[in-house]
Design a protein around this ligand. Structure first.
Ligand SMILES: [Zn+2]
Ligand SMILES: [Zn+2]
Length: 315
């Protein structure tokens, strides 16, 4: 029989903590958390918690790198940070001082609760005797199941139950019953456009480490697309082109798509503004500011794909 105290296929590392508590001897989650030596009190979906990831990797006997492609969101950081910045967040010798990762304008990035796929729950219960949270279901920008293609559930249709922190449901609702009201009807993301599906595909590729790109190379593509280079960035002469690029991005996604990712989107006299998406970190790797959220880069890649297509068609 499979050892249930090890990570299951694609199990989210922080979701694993919830499942360990669910299966374990302690009544209070706080006891499980302290026994594991974790510092984060409120475990939220898809959040990068390096310090606790490091602790768990040691307990489980895995390296952080080997957990990254299937169990954590760590790979996403390669697309929004330089290697030097990444090193600051992942130096095990500095584990007690590891800085918390915050993204630029992170308050504007729409937070999603813990999510699950009803078909995965059924299959996991049949195979392992227990449901668990999949890493691929928790990534920001992902709304459908990577295995079954169905909509991920995020809330009860009949009461306001949703799992913002893992204490509200240590494993996804078994038998697909709402733990609060017993209803078997759940809701997921109610709006997904074609472009959002394309963003989703990129986020998954990024998380799995299958996208042969990094922050520097994406920024270089953006520069090329805008028509600026290091000199013009330093001399600040490309402002007009940058503004045109930002306008293009905003109009390409449109208010409805933008609202799914960011809460601070301004639509004033038909002009869109969103500083979370349109900031200098998208093209200037030396820009001394906090990294933009990885979903911003997935959106950039979708935009660049479409642009190259239209260029080819026009040629
Ligand atoms: Zn599924
Ligand atoms: Zn309910």
């Amino acid at each position: 029989m499979r050892n249930l105290y090890t990570l299951l296929p694609n199990e989210d590392l922080m979701g694993f903590v919830g499942r360990i508590h669910y299966l374990g001897p302690f009544q209070a989650f706080e006891d499980t958390r302290q026994r594991l030596g974790l510092t984060t009190r409120l475990l939220k979906a898809g959040e990068v918690t390096y310090k606790d990831e490091y602790k768990l990797s040691q307990l489980l006997g895995y390296s952080l790198e080997s957990l990254a492609s299937k169990h954590t969101s760590r790979n996403l950081l390669h697309y929004c940070m330089t290697q030097d910045e990444l090193n600051k967040f992942s130096d095990p010798s500095a584990t007690n001082k590891m800085p918390k990762i915050t993204f630029f304008d992170s308050k504007s990035v729409v937070k999603l609760p813990w999510r699950w796929c009803p078909e995965c729950v059924e299959a996991d219960v049949a195979e392992f005797g227990c449901s668990y949270y999949h890493r691929n279901h928790q990534l920001l920008g992902v709304h459908t199941c990577y295995k079954h293609g169905c909509l991920l559930y995020s809330e009860c249709k009949h009461c306001d139950f949703r799992i913002d922190t893992i204490k509200q449901a240590y494993v996804p609702p078994v038998d697909n019953k709402c733990p609060c009201c017993g209803s078997t009807e759940f809701l997921g993301q109610d709006y997904i456009s074609d472009k959002m599906h394309q963003v989703e595909s990129y986020v998954l590729l990024m998380a799995e480490g299958k996208l042969d790109l990094n922050f520097e190379r994406i920024a270089a593509s953006v520069c090329e697309h805008i028509g600026i280079n290091e000199q013009s960035i330093l001399a600040r002469t490309g402002g007009k082109s940058v503004r045109a690029f930002n306008r293009g991005m905003l109009n390409f996604f449109g208010i409805e798509d933008l609202n799914q990712y960011f809460s601070f989107v301004i639509d004033y006299k038909d002009k869109l503004k969103c500083r979370t998406l349109c900031n200098s970190r998208t093209y200037d790797i030396r820009y001394k500011y906090t990294p933009a959220h990885p979903v911003v880069y997935a959106m950039l890649l979708v935009y660049l794909d479409h642009h190259h297509e239209s260029q080819l068609l026009a040629a």
